[in-house]
Design a protein around this ligand. Structure first.
Ligand SMILES: NC(=O)c1ccc[n+]([C@@H]2O[C@H](COP(=O)([O-])OP(=O)(O)OC[C@H]3O[C@@H](n4cnc5c(N)ncnc54)[C@H](OP(=O)(O)O)[C@@H]3O)[C@@H](O)[C@H]2O)c1
Length: 316
């Protein structure tokens, strides 16, 4: 029997990593096996992954030695960090450094770094169209990931930079779904004007990553962008109306108003939406749904995602 190549998956109990582990496990005849990395191998999610056939290994990105052990013997590593757990670009950098060092120590042959644009390449700190945050960022959770790319290249690693997109799951988990107006109408509020948002079902990110691993060396040293569809707020509201069986209206607000909403991360997200809006063409061109489907033939459209998930969107 030919031994399968192990892919060590960070965040295996979460959205991106979970999609990748699922894709590897469903491809029973495939050349890869899944090593699911979690901080708690006894959690319900970790036990479910073990039951489904993954090798479950404990590691914490705050503990370099544990990540080295988790990557040891792996052919590939899927590397993602968790900005919204701590809201700290510095911590994200420290975690990316640990991932790169561990991949180097383990001699991993293909690393995928889940990344986003360092928006300061397009909007330098001196550009006042949006506020500078935390002293040196425009969109901290983007900039920190883009900046961290050098940790992987500095180590001389065989790396693919995977540019992800806005999760449609944010309409379920991130409080971004339609809300009831005082008149009782459902309103989807986003500061996107009439511009298109590159979105994706979060599990499809991991499935596209699997497509990248399957294509061997083809994308090593390259940046690859993915999205399920590019849609305006009006188009997303119409699709939601069809899926929910009641009208959802799109309401545009200014990025300034969004930044002022007051919830943790509102300024970061306000700047993010402004970046999406003002660099719509570049951002969408870098994330071609046709190409994404070539990596993941099961790639969902927004309507397909809604047909499975609309009932999970909380509507107060
Ligand atoms: N929301 C969006 O639209 C969007 C779009 C693009 C990119 N992103 C980025 O996606 C990233 C998060 O990825 P995700 O959504 O896949 O994550 P997720 O679903 O929130 O969680 C992934 C898993 O990571 C594990 N984890 C957390 N801290 C860890 C640590 N210190 N060491 C080891 N494992 C740890 C946790 O597993 P255990 O509890 O089992 O350890 C968690 O279940 C963020 O950085 C975000 O900026 C988000």
């Amino acid at each position: 029997m030919i031994e399968k190549k192990k892919i060590a998956v960070v965040g295996s109990t979460g959205a991106q990593g979970g999609g990748l582990v699922g894709a590897i496990l469903s491809d029973k005849e495939g050349a890869f096996s899944a090593r699911a990395i979690t901080r708690d191998a006894r959690s319900d999610k970790a036990l479910a992954l073990a039951k489904a056939g993954a090798e479950v290994v404990s590691a914490d990105l705050n503990d370099l030695e544990s990540v080295k052990r988790a990557f040891d013997g792996a052919y590939g590593a899927y590397c993602v960090t968790f900005y919204w757990d701590h809201f700290s670009p510095e911590k994200e950098a420290a975690h990316a450094t640990a991932l790169a060092k561990a991949a180097k120590a383990a001699g991993v042959q293909h690393v995928i770094w889940s990344t986003l644009e360092d928006t300061r390449r397009w909007v330098p700190l001196s550009d006042n169209r949006m506020p500078t945050l935390m002293g040196k960022y425009k969109v901290p959770h983007f900039d920190a990931k883009g900046e961290a790319e050098h940790f992987f290249t500095d180590q001389g690693l065989p790396v693919t930079f995977l540019l992800t997109s806005f999760y449609w799951d944010n309409f379920i988990h991130f409080g971004m779904g339609p809300k009831k107006s005082p008149e009782g109408n459902l309103v989807l509020t986003l500061p996107m004007g009439g511009k298109k948002l590159a979105g994706i079902a979060s599990e499809d990110i991991g499935k596209c990553a699997y497509g990248i691993f399957k294509r061997g060396k083809e994308f090593i040293g390259k940046t690859v962008g993915i999205a399920g569809e590019h849609l305006t707020g009006t188009q997303m509201a119409s699709a939601m109306s069809r899926a929910l069986g009641r009208e959802v209206r799109y309401q545009d607000i200014s990025c300034d108003a969004y930044r002022g909403l007051g919830f943790p991360g509102a300024e970061d997200l306000g700047n993010m939406f402004q970046f999406y809006k003002e660099f719509e063409q570049m951002f969408c061109e870098r994330r071609d749904p046709g190409f994404s489907r070539s990596l993941n033939p099961e790639l969902q459209t927004f309507a397909a995602w809604l047909s499975r998930n609309a009932s999970r969107i909380p509507i107060a």
